[in-house]
Design a protein around this ligand. Structure first.
Ligand code: ISE
Length: 341
């Protein structure tokens, strides 16, 4: 196979961004089909990416039919998280490689069922969309920490701010859809599992609806004794800002300070802030999808797998418990050796 025929399920914000990417920027791949609960939205996208006629990108009403289709070699799942479990099982059943946007599924138990089903099939087919791993700045930070030049890494301080979020973005989603990125970053940079999480909820901004706990401040404890903190603030108003500082025995390293045009003028200094994650992480998304296509054509995956999606789901589940109780919550993680052994 020299060209991967890709189908995309869910063409909202992220799915339509991926559709453009696959159709226009990714080598070795062709967008052949899209599916969305909002049918007219899928039709409009297919028309646009087919250059006026819907002949080369077709719309499939039922996502399960898209997954099963003979002319779809691999799938990108950008549907809402609650739809992932059923669609992932369909991908496994049809032997279709899949790049699944986070969260893998809505809870740890169903995520573990996905891990087990994939393992039973004997081939890794699932990659999870933790795209910070593909961001050149995060990748350089990982390389620096792994080189040992700064000694052992002790702490991570993370900041994750969105300009705004819709009113439907409740406290639980801040954990499951936003903080989950730093859950993965901490596991990946430390190469270790998170065993306990505490989610603190400071006084909320007055700009959100009743009961929404925004911002949140979480502390992760890792099995090796290291710790990470993250401020997640999804209605920051100013722009999109994601930073990570690693503190090690002989120094610290920070990424995400903004590498765009930086000006000093009129007694002020500064630069522009990206409006959202598609702008800040455009290169990461491009690399993620290109490497997924390249690896899929080789019959492999090249990025975070189902276990990473499951481990993040388990941490978030404990995070939701901590959000409720205000107390630390232990992460219940299955024994990796037993599950994948
Ligand atoms: C969104 O789904 C993302 O993945 C973004 O990276 C994150 O910043 C945002 O908070 C999420 O809603």
């Amino acid at each position: 196979m020299t060209q991967l025929r890709v189908g995309i399920v869910g063409v909202g914000v992220m799915g339509s961004d991926h559709a453009e990417r696959v159709a226009r920027k990714t080598s070795g791949a062709r967008l052949v089909a899209v599916s969305d609960a909002d049918h007219p939205r899928a039709e409009a996208l297919a028309r646009r990416l087919s250059g006026g006629s819907a002949s080369s990108v077709r719309v499939v009403e039922d996502p399960l039919d898209l997954i099963a289709a003979d002319d779809v070699d691999a799938v990108i799942l950008a549907s809402p998280g609650f739809a992932h479990a059923e669609q992932l099982f369909a991908c496994l059943e049809h032997g279709k490689p899949v790049l699944c946007e986070k969260p893998l599924t809505m809870d740890a138990a169903s995520a573990l069922e996905v891990v087990e089903a994939e393992h039973k099939g004997g081939r890794q087919l699932i990659q999870v969309g933790f795209m910070r791993r593909f961001d050149p700045e995060y990748a350089a930070l990982k390389q620096l920490l792994d080189s040992g030049e700064l000694g052992r890494t002790l702490l991570l301080h993370n900041v994750h701010r969105n300009k705004s979020a819709p009113p439907t973005f409740r406290s639980e989603m801040i954990v499951r859809d936003s903080m989950v990125h730093e859950v993965d970053v901490a596991r990946w940079l430390f190469g270790d599992e998170i065993t306990r999480i505490t989610v603190h909820t400071p006084k909320p901004t007055s700009l959100v609806g009743d009961g929404v706990r925004d911002p949140q401040l979480a502390v992760f404890e890792l099995a090796n004794g290291a710790m990470a903190d993250v401020e997640v603030f999804v209605n920051f108003q100013v722009g999109y800002e994601v930073r990570c500082e690693a503190v090690a025995e002989r120094g610290s390293a920070t990424i995400g300070l903004g590498s765009g045009v930086f000006t000093r003028a009129g007694g002020q200094w500064g630069g522009a802030m990206p409006a959202d994650f598609r702008v800040r992480f455009e290169q990461a998304y491009d690399l993620e999808v290109q490497r997924w296509v390249d690896a899929t054509l080789r019959g492999e995956i090249d990025g975070p797998g189902a276990w990473d999606g499951y481990a993040a789901a388990a941490v978030c589940e404990a995070g939701l418990e901590s959000l409720q109780t205000g107390k630390p919550a232990d992460v219940a993680l299955a024994d990796r050796g037993k599950v994948l052994g």
